[in-house]
Design a protein around this ligand. Structure first.
Ligand code: AMP
Ligand code: FE
Ligand code: FE
Ligand code: ZN
Length: 288
């Protein structure tokens, strides 16, 4: 069984529509794929409608969170919410707040770039997002279209990363509130790429312990942004804390070089995950 539990569509910052995403999953020989767009469930129904026979689809959301350290340090982190009730009013309202915040922050970043003479417009970025959750990759694509950079990754390195002056923070949800919201909405929270320090600062192990106490059920272990040391460390931490260790590609279509299915979840871990009580069930033939 080939299982990839973290992918993006045009409902957020991927470049495949949800229908194209599930077809790409089947074409890559996957048996199970999770669609996990940033702060939105908007891709779910199209993904289920277009699901090729033989593929199982897990509905999820990648929830934008922040950890506030006791020293005032803010660390942004991502929580995967699997099989969560997307119609739960509290979580729906929070995700709407985050999507509105993404648009406002996108506008600010575009304004800063325009002030410095980069030939892009908010209208163009908004169209690239197509009504989905706006993210920096959409600004990156506008910069690629304008010939400023050769690809989205270069746009991040040169202009969009949190270390650059064009960067603006998003609102994000306190991670402990987010874990409680996901559990209250019948979802299974898994910490996405917990050690992806290439993207920015990461939280310490004691924070992961506190997240486990708050109701976290798993950690991504196999992820393209984790090197071998990160994977070994995350696997050890998961074992120590009694968490499931998952694996995923975090596929974003052509916005990132990572192919779908490049990292996978162990079938036994998947069985344990979907056996936990949740608001939704995976959809497809390999569903339990
Ligand atoms: P945002 O959600 O707007 O803060 O943007 C973060 C998103 O940009 C992440 O979800 C990744 O999908 C993407 N991203 C981060 N770093 C890179 C990079 N170096 N190249 C391409 N995409 C990236
Ligand atoms: Fe993304
Ligand atoms: Fe992420
Ligand atoms: Zn992701």
């Amino acid at each position: 069984m080939r299982i990839d539990l973290h992918t993006h569509s045009t409902a957020s910052d991927g470049t495949d529509s949800p229908a194209e995403l599930v077809r790409a999953a089947a074409a890559a020989g996957l048996d199970v794929v999770a669609i996990t767009d940033h702060d939105t469930t908007a891709g779910w129904s199209e993904a289920l409608t277009a699901r090729p026979p033989g593929l199982t689809v897990v509905r999820g959301v990648e929830f934008s969170c922040v950890h506030h350290g006791s020293d005032g340090r803010r660390t942004s982190l991502h929580l995967l919410a699997y099989l969560v009730d997307g119609d739960d009013p509290a979580i729906e309202a929070e995700w709407r707040r985050l999507r509105d915040g993404r648009r406002a922050r996108g506008r600010v970043m575009v304004e800063r770039l325009v002030e410095d003479g980069y030939p892009i417009t908010w209208q163009q970025v908004s169209e690239l997002a197509g009504g989905g959750s706006v993210g920096r990759p959409h600004i990156g694509r506008a910069l690629v279209a304008a010939g400023v950079v050769p690809d989205v990754s270069s746009a991040f390195d040169e202009l969009l990363s949190s270390r650059r002056r064009y960067y603006e923070r998003k609102p994000d949800s306190d991670v402990f509130d987010a874990i409680r919201l996901v559990r209250a909405a019948g979802g299974l929270p898994v910490f996405a790429h917990p050690l992806a320090h290439r993207r920015g600062p990461v939280v310490d192990d004691d924070v992961v312990g506190a997240m486990a106490d708050a109701g976290l059920v798993g950690l991504e272990v196999e992820h393209p942004d984790h090197d071998i040391h990160d994977r070994l460390h995350a696997a050890g931490l998961a074992r120590e804390l009694g968490l499931l260790g998952t694996g995923s590609s975090d596929y974003h279509g052509t916005n990132k070089p990572t192919p779908i299915g490049v990292c996978l979840t162990d079938p036994e871990v998947y069985e344990q995950l979907v056996a936990l009580p949740a608001a939704l069930q995976p959809v497809g033939d390999t569903a339990p």
